[in-house]
Structure formats: structure tokens, C-alpha cells
Design a protein around this ligand. Structure first.
Ligand code: SAH
Length: 466
């Protein structure tokens, strides 16, 4: 982060705009919207500025810029096409510690101006750190389209009742829970539907009914975070990530996804690297119970889908026994995420009529699978946690009748920028390790569908391997 985001108060305060063209006029308009008192210094001004000068908040100073113009200003913007004037505004302001912006010249800016979605008092500011104002504007346009216009009124309503609610609930967390239930419930819906009066009544009722101790019962959200690409999480997952008080996450959850969790949520790492479980499964189960019993909203965040080789079932069984409310949010499982991003359809009318997900996890050194059933033509097998069982997988599938040249794909860190696809055959598979340093997590896909990769690959680097 190269810039520290702030919202500057200019209401009733003196601001300086140097320049008389259209760009200057736009800046003056923004400052006026925020209540600034604007002095515009320019020998000539365009029609827009002339019109703005009708406002009490604008003073036109019809001459060249001089050092004294800067005195006492809380902010200065230079928008002239004279580089020397712009520089001198920058230097004078900088010397006096006055925030200064020379339009379209990041070198001569102590602050930059974001693109704004204005739902006053709600404002969403978008910045690309000066890298691309066009990108910022495109993003802004997207935000415009999904932030309802009534958000401004909603914020106003909250503001009107803030003190009242503060007096009612002394506890900060209780206050937050209360507001979250209001902002996602009937009061907000009424307001969005244009029923402001009813919304106010409903809010007052909610405050009166809440009593001194607003009951917050803890709950657990068991959420699948998908295979890595943050774009692949569900809307529901995102919503719960934003409202959790505490997050218990696995090693498989990627950093970009963790970055989307509510900033002040407590983060607890539950580990789960092979053979070095940071917390035992039993202690994770108990931890979830304990946190929920403290009245907290617990996000149990797992890689992929929580119900596919994720022990999600065991975790919520304990919750169910303890009578703790929970919900389960599916995620895109590694098999489907990795297959899609590797251009390998898991089923295909010409190659595979079924697909089986199995774990290649070794139990006492052997893989306990029904090899006879797996080694059948016209089906795809996806091995999770299979890297340490490669020799066994290769040997058993061939021994049970699959051709030694059946294609196999290994997808390393699928759906992430580090995705790597290795194409092998069943008999070349065991020697793969000698040729490539394959990193976890990796999934193994066996079957004729793998041959489609060469045609359908679309994401990341081309495959390595045989
Ligand atoms: N619940 C998870 C699976 C957990 S088991 C899911 O539904 O995806 C862990 C195994 O998943 C790893 O050993 C690896 O085989 C596979 N895996 C998970 N994420 C992966 C990724 N991004 N790329 C490749 N394999 C992945």
C-alpha cells in the first residue's frame, strides 16, 4: 500500500484551486460538494467556473498565482497547463505542510484523489494508487451498480439512532450485533422499499424490545473456500467471512482468501500439513464448540469443499451434539477446480461416463482402496492426498487391468498463479519426482479425459511432463 486512505474535512475551510479550465472547474465542484470555501486563482476562467463563481463559497481571483495565495489553505490543487506554475504550487504547499495535488502528475502530489461512489453520508473511494485512473473509474462504475441508492438514507437513519443505541447497549460487541441485525433485516428492507417512517418505527421497536442484554448466541459457519483462486468462493461464503468474529482456518486456505475476512476478526490457524497436524481433529472440534459457547460467530474455513475429504462432517457432528447452531457452505472442490483450470473435463461422452473421487492417503503404509473397481475403462479417477502413494497407485491400477499408457495429470496448486500441470502415463508416473519438484497441494487425475488437456488447456503455463 503506497497511500494511506483518509477522508479530509474541508467543510467551511479555505481551499485553493489554481487554474481556470474545465479540469479546475471539476475540482472546484468536488470541493463545493464537500462544503469547502474555494479560492480559484487564474487570469482567465472558463464558463463553468464563471457560473460556479455565483456561489458564496467560491472566490475568483483573476490573476496569476502568487505565493501568498497558499497562506492559510487546508488544501491546494493545481490544474494549469503551465508546468512551472504547477511546480511552484507544489513546492510552496509542501514547504508549509499543506496537502497538495497537481492534476495528472503523481510526482507532484502529496495526496491523490480517488474515484467516488457517493451515497452521502456513505462514500466509497476507489484508488489504484495512481497506476490507472481508468481502471479506478471502471471499478467505480461496477460499485455504483450494486450499491443501492438508498444506502445514503440507511446511513442517515443509523446516525440518527446511534446515541440512542449506544445508551441502550454498553457492550461494544452487543452494539455491533444489534446493528448488523438491523442493517441486514426488516428495517433495511423497509427503507430500501421507500417506507422510511415504517423503518424508523421498526428500528425504535427493535431497540425497545432488545432489553439491556441483547442475546447473542454463538454459531458456526463451516465454509468451503475453494481450491485457491479467490474468485471461486461463493457470495454466501464472502458474506459470512465479513461478519465472523473469529476464523479457524486450514493450511489449504490461500492468502488472498484470508485477506477477504473481516479485518478485526481473530484468526486461529488450525494447521493440517501432512503428518504434522497443528491441532488434533478432536481439539479443533472442541475449539469450535468453546468459541461458539462464548457467543461468538465462528467461521470454520476449509480448503475446497468442507464435505469432500475435509472432515467437515466430524466437526459439525460435535456441534450438533452440543446443540450449537451451524450452517455449511459448499465450496468448489479441488477435483473440479483443478480439472476446469487444467482443461480436463472430468466426464466426457467419448471418454468417461463416471468419475470417482478417492483419497490416496496412506494408512499404515498402504492405500486401502478397491483397486478392482477403480481400474475400469471409461471412468475418471481423481486422487486427493495422493502424492505419497504414487508408486502404489501406478502399480495397483496397472496390476488390476488399466493400460500402462493411460494418461495421468498432476495438477499442482491448481487455480492459483502457481498452477502447474504435469502430464504423465501410469507407468511413467513413479519417475516424475526425479524430473520435477512437484509442490503440494497436488491432485492426480487418471483417465482418458486427460488427453483433452492438450486441446482444452486455457489457464497458466503449458503442461510439463512426458
Ligand atoms: N476439502 C478439500 C480437500 C482436502 S484434502 C477439497 O474439497 O478440495 C487435501 C487435498 O486436496 C490435497 O492433498 C490435494 O490433493 C487436494 N487439493 C486441494 N487444493 C488443491 C489445489 N489448489 N491444487 C491441487 N490439489 C489440491
Amino acid at each position: 500500500m503506497d497511500y494511506f486512505p483518509v477522508f479530509l474535512k474541508v467543510k467551511g475551510r479555505p481551499c485553493l484551486v489554481v487554474g481556470g479550465g474545465k479540469v479546475a472547474a471539476r475540482k472546484v465542484l468536488s470541493l463545493l460538494r464537500a462544503g469547502g470555501q474555494v479560492a480559484v486563482v487564474a487570469p482567465q476562467v472558463c464558463d463553468e467556473l464563471q457560473a460556479q463563481a455565483g456561489s458564496d463559497a467560491v472566490t475568483l481571483v483573476g490573476r496569476e498565482f502568487s505565493a501568498a495565495d497558499i497562506e492559510g489553505k487546508v488544501l491546494a490543487i493545481a490544474a494549469t497547463d503551465d508546468a512551472a506554475v504547477n511546480r511552484s504550487v507544489y513546492e510552496l504547499a509542501s514547504r508549509q505542510g499543506i496537502p497538495v495535488n497537481v492534476v495528472d502528475n503523481p510526482e507532484l502530489c502529496s495526496f491523490i484523489v480517488p474515484s467516488i461512489v457517493d451515497r452521502s453520508p456513505v462514500q466509497v473511494a476507489v484508488s489504484t494508487g495512481g497506476a490507472s485512473p481508468v481502471l479506478a473509474r471502471l471499478l467505480r462504475a461496477r460499485l455504483e451498480s450494486f450499491i443501492p441508492a438508498a444506502y445514503g438514507r440507511l446511513a442517515q437513519l443509523v446516525d440518527d439512532y446511534r446515541q440512542n443505541v449506544k445508551q441502550h447497549f454498553s457492550d461494544v460487541d452487543q452494539r455491533r450485533y444489534f446493528w448488523e441485525s438491523i442493517l441486514q433485516g426488516r428495517v433495511a428492507e423497509l427503507l430500501f422499499a421507500g417506507q422510511e417512517e415504517l423503518a424508523r418505527n421498526a428500528l425504535q421497536e427493535a431497540i425497545d424490545d432488545a432489553g439491556e442484554n441483547y442475546e447473542t448466541s454463538g454459531e458456526v459457519y463451516l465454509v468451503g473456500a475453494g481450491p485457491g483462486d479467490p474468485d471461486l468462493i461463493t457470495f454466501r461464503a464472502l458474506r459470512l467471512m465479513q461478519q465472523a468474529d473469529v476464523v479457524v482456518y486450514d493450511r489449504l486456505v490461500s492468502q488472498p482468501i484470508l485477506d477477504m475476512v473481516r479485518r478485526d476478526a481473530d484468526m486461529i490457524y488450525a494447521g493440517k500439513a501432512r503428518d504434522k497436524h497443528t491441532l488434533s481433529q478432536e481439539s479443533i472440534n472442541q475449539l469450535l464448540v468453546r468459541l461458539a459457547k462464548e457467543g461468538r460467530r465462528v467461521l470454520r474455513l476449509k480448503g475446497g469443499d468442507p464435505f469432500i475429504f475435509g472432515r467437515g462432517g466430524e466437526e459439525i457432528e460435535t456441534l450438533a451434539q452440543e446443540g450449537i447452531p451451524f450452517q455449511v457452505v459448499p465450496g468448489i472442490t479441488a477435483a473440479s477446480g483443478c480439472a476446469s483450470y487444467a482443461g480436463i473435463p472430468l466426464t466426457h461422452r467419448d471418454y468417461a461416463q463416471s468419475c470417482t473421487f478417492v483419497t490416496g492417503h496412506l494408512k499404515d503404509g498402504s492405500v486401502d482402496l478397491d483397486w478392482g473397481k477403480l481400474a475400469k475403462p471409461a471412468q475418471t479417477i481423481v486422487f486427493y492426498m495422493g502424492m505419497h502413494s504414487i508408486p502404489v497407485i501406478s502399480k495397483q491400477l496397472i496390476a488390476h487391468g488399466l493400460s500402462a499408457d493411460t494418461p495421468v495429470a498432476l495438477v499442482q496448486q491448481g487455480t492459483t498463479p502457481n498452477q502447474r500441470v504435469y502430464i504423465e502415463t501410469l507407468d511413467s508416473l513413479p519417475t516424475l519426482g526425479d524430473r520435477h519438484a512437484v509442490k503440494p497441494p497436488t491432485i492426480i487425475i487418471v483417465g482418458e479425459v486427460v488427453s483433452l488437456h492438450s486441446k482444452l488447456s486455457w489457464f497458466g503455463l503449458p503442461a510439463a511432463g512426458k
